[in-house]
Ligand binder design. Sequence first.
Ligand code: TYM
Length: 338
Amino acid sequence: MRVVSGIQPTGNLHLGNYLGAIRNWVRMQDELDDESEALFFLADMHAISMPHDPAELHKGTLEMAAALIACGIDPQRSVLFNQAQVPQHAELQWLLTGTARMGWLNRMTQWKDKAGKNREGASVALFAYPVLQAADVLLYQATHVPVGEDQKQHLELARDIAQKFNNDFCEPDAPLFTLPDPYIPPAAARIMSLRDGTAKMSKSDPSDMSRINLVDDADTIMKKVKKAKTDPDPLPETMAELEPRAEALNLVTIFAALTEREPQAVLAEHSGKGFGAFKPALGEVLAETLSPISARFRELLADREAIEAALARGAALARDRAAPTLSATYRALGLLRG
Ligand code: TYM
């Protein structure tokens, strides 16, 4: 088993990232057997696809690495690095652009959302972004990719690229690329904004009140939860009644994910209560889960050199792991290399 996943180092790590992806990274890391390995990276090369401030990206990369370690990623057990220190990602991306089709990329919802109406003005990197993402996982022959629901389409594209490459350039009994399986948590695949139950919780939402950041202190968390949009009705007894109430459903989903229960079990305990009673309970569970993580995060940030050193060590290991697949890809394509 080879577990591979990434996160863009822009903005703060938020509850959606944590419950949708990072918590599963940590679980998978902790459950790996001796034959298996996990690689986790900061997708800094993806982050240049949108307008960005270089100083912020540099700082954000170190901070996101610290946040991942604070959540439980152990750089001694997992290979932790940033893409920019492993040039094979960019090399494989170029090699795969020969296989990826324009039509496939045109259908990506993230491309459509982020480019909006201004496609002519969008960067080439934003369009080619999913090919780099495919390279990220195919480079390491990933078998399992733990992500939130919003990354499913990108991973399906990675499978399509792998399959077409294997068909076009490999013998049928010797495919080069492993088809990666997305691992999406059943309950917390899509954590929504606290201000709008139909939009996902996101680093790019201009309102900080829309998300819980992993570094928020207990007072901030409580304030955000109390201000979260809800409706005036008390919590119902059944999921069928909860489902049409997007904001209420989101808060129950978060509570269930944090306490590792089914949403139905949360309803069984809290049905009949209004949000005036439910929100403080949720705020408390959130603060309890996040306070050890934010304390650890602050400690780690006191020694930025140690984080840089951990990323450099991880990158050396990743370059090593990447080398055989990249060479085989050049060979399969007939490219002459000394
Ligand atoms: P990114 O940086 O937007 O998010 C990192 C991870 O967090 C998950 N996530 C969520 N899950 C549930 N609810 C939410 N509101 C929520 N918001 C974010 C994402 O699904 C993701 O798993 N393109 C990727 C980074 C990437 C990558 C890869 C991932 C680059 N290469 C290769 C996997 C494999 C991204 O921008 O994720």
